[in-house]
Design a protein around this ligand. Structure first.
Ligand SMILES: Cc1cc2nc3c(=O)[nH]c(=O)nc-3n(C[C@H](O)[C@H](O)[C@H](O)COP(=O)(O)O)c2cc1C
Length: 339
């Protein structure tokens, strides 16, 4: 018998458990520290000048413009703060990537600004405040940008009628997040059907940690989204789902992040399931600080062994709606082949 087994036999059970707990606390804090260090050293800060970090901030700002442009209640003059931030970011972009004119993120940004300018010019609106934040060259480049590399996409309810018959490639390319829905309520039956389909998502050793909380109460949805904060200015969606993952299904400290992976896979499956049955949706982050996390848990009675993965708004497609184009990176930027 090894020393470990002998000690385990001699010591009372409660002490063995105590030692094991102390050991897992040590491992977890060491692993989280390494994770925190890696994150701290790479994430995009306000002052970052690295290509990826600048590209990401530009993408974020472009997304704000695309959201504003696709709003049903379009507000002329929106996004002054975005233009101010873009002034710095575009110049940094041009310094970080010598090929910026063919960079899809830069192109998307130019295209979104172009749509912004045209929409305002057509309505005879003054853009002197916005233009002062960009260089003369950047403003003119956007003004004359002809390719539709970004901006808004138009979604029509009639195009969604046969979604259940679409081949996979068409279904995934067809799906866009939508934040403004028709007045038609979403039924529990429809949501159940989508969640049932999503249970086919894979998970580590089939332990299936994902759970879904369904909320149809409009007052509660408004309260939750007010805490969430990512869809201010939009009407309350007909239904809100919260995907969570049970930590209690995992068996070792090395699985500390597995719930996010399995929960993410489940969420994607759920988004596609909703789309396939003709429902519109929008995923919303639940990466909260402790205060928001607790308020959300309290409102929805989320047990402590569950982590929040994401919300998914659900509604029916209106006859016609606009949504951010959210252009994707080319496959060569995503795929790296190791030879
Ligand atoms: C985890 C996650 C969190 C998101 N959070 C928000 C959010 O808080 N507010 C919002 O308007 N959109 C949010 N989105 C939607 C993204 O903006 C959208 O998925 C992205 O622009 C790609 O566009 P698409 O879904 O139309 O393909 C989120 C998406 C994901 C996957």
């Amino acid at each position: 018998m090894g020393v470990k087994a002998i000690v385990k036999n001699i010591l009372p059970q409660y002490l063995v458990e105590h030692i094991r707990n102390a050991k897992s606390t040590m491992i977890l804090s060491r692993e989280y520290k390494i994770q925190a260090k890696r994150f701290r050293e790479s994430y995009s800060r306000e002052w970052s000048t690295g290509k990826m970090q600048v590209q990401s901030r530009t993408m974020f700002l472009t997304h704000q413009l695309e959201k504003g442009l696709s709003h049903k209640n379009f507000r002329y003059g929106f996004g002054l703060g975005v233009f101010e931030a873009l002034g710095t970011m575009l110049t940094r972009f041009e310094n970080a990537d010598s090929q910026y004119l063919i960079n899809p993120v830069y192109k998307e940004c130019m295209s979104a600004i172009h749509e912004y300018i045209i929409r305002h010019q057509r309505a005879g609106k003054d853009l002197s405040k916005q233009s002062q934040f960009l260089s003369h060259e950047q403003w003119n480049r956007a003004l004359n940008w002809e390719e539709k590399d970004g901006g808004t996409a138009i979604l029509l309810a009639k195009d969604k009628i046969n979604n259940s018959e679409l081949p996979f490639s068409a279904l995934v390319q067809h799906r866009h997040s939508l934040r403004e829905y028709s007045n038609q309520p979403v039924t529990q039956n429809e949501l159940r059907q989508a969640v049932q389909l999503a249970t086919s998502a894979p998970s580590a050793c089939n332990r299936q940690p994902a759970r879904v909380v369904e909320v149809l109460d409009q007052k509660l949805i408004a309260q939750l989204l007010n805490i969430q904060g990512g869809v201010r200015g939009y009407a309350t969606p007909p239904a809100l789902l919260l995907v969570t993952a049970k930590q209690s299904v995992f068996m070792g400290t090395n699985e500390r992040n597995q719930g996010y992976v399995d929960g993410g896979l489940f969420s994607m499956m759920l988004l596609l399931s909703l789309e396939s049955i003709g429902l519109a949706s929008c995923p919303l982050h639940t990466m909260f600080d402790g205060y928001k996390d607790q308020m959300t848990r309290d409102l929805l009675h989320i047990p402590d062994d569950e982590i929040l993965i994401m919300y998914i708004e659900v509604g029916h497609y209106p006859d016609r709606a606009m949504t951010p184009q959210s252009t994707r990176l080319p496959v060569d930027d995503v795929l790296r082949v190791v030879k």
